[in-house]
Design a protein around this ligand. Structure first.
Ligand code: CA
Length: 221
């Protein structure tokens, strides 16, 4: 027994997936369609999708933001958890990657819930702010280019309501954030700086979870 998070070997991870997730067939299909993609590592895991869906239900989210869609598994997971009138404003710069997910969004009957904007996410979020959407959103998921994470965080913090939740992916960055700062590349340095900022940020309640590649939850005070 240990008070630390378990290391999951293959049999235990398979058990976790069997007993801890309830994938919609479209989720399984999209995961399979992405498995051989050269950048498949960018896709969140099924247990993380399941967890984020539960979070969305727990806070009663209706309007959500996603920064970084890739092939759309996280958007699909959240969309399936939203009520019928729920909406995701989904930001990505790649028509090519997001196109892979669209048929699966349709198969799951949630395509109408996902408003995909192909543009730099800072621009899309700044449009929202210029349109007075401060406090308009319940939930945000940030999983995109790391040097812009702080810019995404600040914009999402303004756009979510008090009590709303921001989930930030890859905050453990395969362990590299804990290595000597002198070895940090730009991505690691950005995550390291944001982790320190979030830890000290009095505007949020925070919890860093060792799920996937590290997932930090920030609840707006
Ligand atoms: Ca990620």
């Amino acid at each position: 027994m240990s008070t630390r998070t378990l290391n999951l070997d293959d049999p235990l991870y398979a058990y976790l997936l069997r007993h801890g997730t309830r994938e919609h067939p479209a989720q399984a299909g999209l995961r399979e369609a992405t498995r051989t993609h050269p950048r498949a590592v960018m896709q969140i895991s099924p247990e993380q999708g399941q967890f984020m869906a539960l979070l969305v239900q727990l806070i009663g989210a209706r309007r959500t933001l996603e920064v970084g869609v890739f092939t759309g598994y996280s958007a699909l997971s959240v969309a399936l958890a939203l009520p019928a009138d729920g909406r995701i404003l989904a930001c990505d710069v790649s028509e090519e990657f997001t196109a892979i997910g669209k048929p699966y969004w349709r198969d799951a009957g949630v395509a109408d819930k996902i408003d995909l904007r192909i543009a730099p996410a800072v621009e899309t979020l700044d449009h929202c702010l210029a349109n007075g959407r401060q406090g308009h959103y319940d939930f945000a998921f940030i999983d995109a280019d790391k040097p812009n994470y702080d810019a995404y965080y600040e914009r999402c913090l303004a756009l979510v309501r008090t009590g709303g939740l921001i989930a930030i992916d890859n905050t453990l960055w395969s362990g590299r954030v804990a290595e000597a700062a002198s070895t940090h590349d730009a991505d690691t340095a950005a995550l390291h700086a944001l982790n320190a900022k979030l830890h000290a940020d009095a505007r949020i309640d925070v919890s860093m979870l060792p799920i996937g590649d590290g997932l930090t939850l920030a609840r707006k005070r």
